[in-house]
Design a protein around this ligand. Sequence first.
Ligand SMILES: C=Cc1cc(F)c(CN2CC[C@](CC#N)(n3cc(C(N)=O)c(NC(=O)OC)n3)[C@H](F)C2)cc1O
Length: 302
Amino acid sequence: PTIVSDGTSNVELDPTVFEKRFLKKFRDLGEGHFGKVELCLYDPRSDRTGELVAVKSLKSENNGVETSNLQREINTMRELYHENIVKYKGLCTEEGGKTFKLIMEYLPMGSLKDYLPRNKHQIDHNKLLLYAIQICQGMDYLGSQNYIHRDLAARNVLVESEGMVKIGDFGLTKSIKDNEGYYRVKEEQESPVFWYAPECLVHCKFYRASDVWSFGVTLYELMTYCETKKSPPAMFSEMIGRSQGQMTVTRLVTVLEEGRRLPRPTDCPEMVYTQMRRCWEQAPDHRIDFKGLIRVFQTLLS
Ligand SMILES: C=Cc1cc(F)c(CN2CC[C@](CC#N)(n3cc(C(N)=O)c(NC(=O)OC)n3)[C@H](F)C2)cc1O
């Protein structure tokens, strides 16, 4: 907390204020549509004893939409406190607050998409179920705070340690006013359509139950150890025919309405695949919820 002296925050004492001059870029961690995430060293004593942080910022001068998206993401992250959600560390503003950067904790082991393929040999099904439970715990908490994530996928789940994962990116997260219970999807930019539930594709409506559908796809990724050849885009493209351009969504909706789903991954236990299918019920309110998934996975943990 800031020790307020004369009504202004005291930069030295507010640990959430990061000064641009001490933020040293090391390398890029990721690239998004409108911005990037960089690995930086925050070194206020300029003696390299600082700490490594992940910094999300917008690319060159974006229009107001991206700025307000980043502002919303910052306001969301600063309110979230859960062991399976990546920690907000603070803000770096420049030019008097015209542009700003989101500072988060850095998890050097990267996302599940990086980690699983490289460490298959030391990760058994029990460990995958542990990750599944932790993702559900983070998502159940997010929903309890009236947020929907809208981009849950293995690429956005970070590895804290071999036994702990966290939801790491909230770029598409929206708050839902309680009475509505859904968010109307607006932007058409590269939406992660192969992780989207039918109601999102057809009606542009996103419910908490739509996040459960995306979790089912994320669980499928877990059970395939994020093998590229078995990825949701690869598998769905086989089902709907390749490179359909804008016809992709139309054909995807058709196969989903026919009841077709991603197949059971090799060696995936029947009981785990059964839970995936319960995440992929056509009707949102027929799907299992995150609390139900946590209960089932805890009984499956041998
Ligand atoms: C402006 C919008 C935008 C920009 C983007 F680049 C991305 C994509 N980005 C998301 C953050 C990301 C993956 C996750 N979760 N990640 C975070 C950490 C960390 N906190 O340590 C980390 N660590 C790591 O890779 O260690 C080796 N990766 C990875 F950068 C991809 C999404 C966006 O909405």
